[in-house]
Unconditional design. Sequence first.
Length: 239
Amino acid sequence: MTARRHPFFTSARGRLLSFNLLMGVVTLLVSGVAVFGFHHASQLQEQVQRQTLNDMRGSMDLARDTANVATAAVRLSQVVGALEYKSEAERLLATQQALKHSLAQLAAAPLAQQEQARVANIIRRSNALQQSVAEMLERGQRRHLQRNALLSSLYQNQSNLRHLADLNDRGGDKAIDPRRLAEMDRLIVAAIHTVTPRSIVLQLDQLRGALPTRSADPALAFVLPDVTRELATLAPLSA
C-alpha cells in the first residue's frame, strides 16, 4: 500500500517557506513605506526650511527698507541747495516704494497667516513712519519754496542797492551815507550764504528804516520808494 503524499505547502517545510515569503513581502512593504515616508518628510523639511529662509529674508528686507527710509528722511532734512534737495527727495520716494513692496510681501507670506496680530502691528508702524516722512517732505518742500522766494528777493534787493549806490556816488552831495549802503550790501551777501538768515535780515530791516524817504536828486527820489518797498519784503519772507 503506497504512502499518501501531502501537498508541499501544507507540510512543515512548506509552511516555513510560506512564512518566510510572507515575512519578506511584509518587510519589503514596510521598507517601501519607510522610504516613501522619509522622502516625504525630507520634502516637508525642505519646504519648511525654504519658507523659514524666505520669511527671514523678508523680515531682513523690511528692516533694511525701513532703515533706508529713516536715513533718507534725515538726509533730506539737512540739505539746503535746491538741486541737492530734489535728488534727496527722489531718493526718499524710491526708498518709500521699496518699503511698500516689502510690506506687501510680508503681508502675503504664509507666516503672516499665523502671526496676523504681529504682522498687522509691523504694517501699522511702517505706515505711521511713512506718514510722518510724507509730512516732513511736505514741510521741506514749503521750506525750500520759502527759501527760494527769500533768495530771489535778496538778489533783487542787492541789485537795487547797488544801483542806488551808483546813483548816490554820481550826486555831489551824497544824500545817503555810502557806509550805510555798503553795510546793507554786506548784510545781503551774508544773508544769501546763510541757511537761516533771520537775524541778518532783521539787522538789514533796521538799516532800511534809516534810509531817507525822499531826495533832492531826481534820480534818487525816483528809485528810493522802490528800494525801501522791496527791502520791506525781506523780514516776512525770512520768518
